[in-house]
Design a protein. Structure first.
Length: 136
């Protein structure tokens, strides 16, 4: 199943917002674009918008934020890590997915401060997977 979000980039670049294969949902890199093409100047606001788009794609695929097992966050400024992380925790804190946050030289649009990817496994949930274990 392929899921679109209406982004103009989907047609011009040739990608789907998300793809569901069996019980796995892969959500493409998601930028903080509003339907009118505008973008919040604040990194926390941008992260909220990315997560709104991701959560909508998850719902269309039959998944929920609790099913997310992996996220990747790309930031253009390390000073935004706390605000971005706080928004990530507000949506995925219960699921506690494996997460990566990296600083990159830039994103496709210079207004963007953050872009996010997510992966989910439908039916997986922390309550079924057990408690977080310490390694080592």
């Amino acid at each position: 199943m392929r899921i679109g979000s209406g982004s103009a980039y989907e047609a011009t670049v040739g990608f789907s917002r998300a793809v569901r294969v069996d019980g796995r949902v892969l959500v493409a890199g998601t930028a903080p674009i509003r339907p009118d093409g505008s973008c919040d100047p604040d990194a926390g606001g941008q992260m909220r918008r990315c997560l709104e788009i991701i959560c909508a794609a998850l719902r269309q695929a039959g998944a929920a934020p609790e099913d997310v097992v992996r996220t990747r966050m790309y930031l253009t400024d390390p000073a935004d890590a706390e605000a971005v992380g706080r928004e990530h925790a507000s949506v995925f804190g219960a699921a506690r997915p494996a997460a990566t946050m990296v600083v990159v030289a830039g994103l496709l649009d210079p207004r963007w401060k953050v872009e996010v990817e997510a992966e989910a496994i439908i039916g997986w949930a922390p309550s079924r997977a057990g408690k977080v274990r310490r390694s080592g």
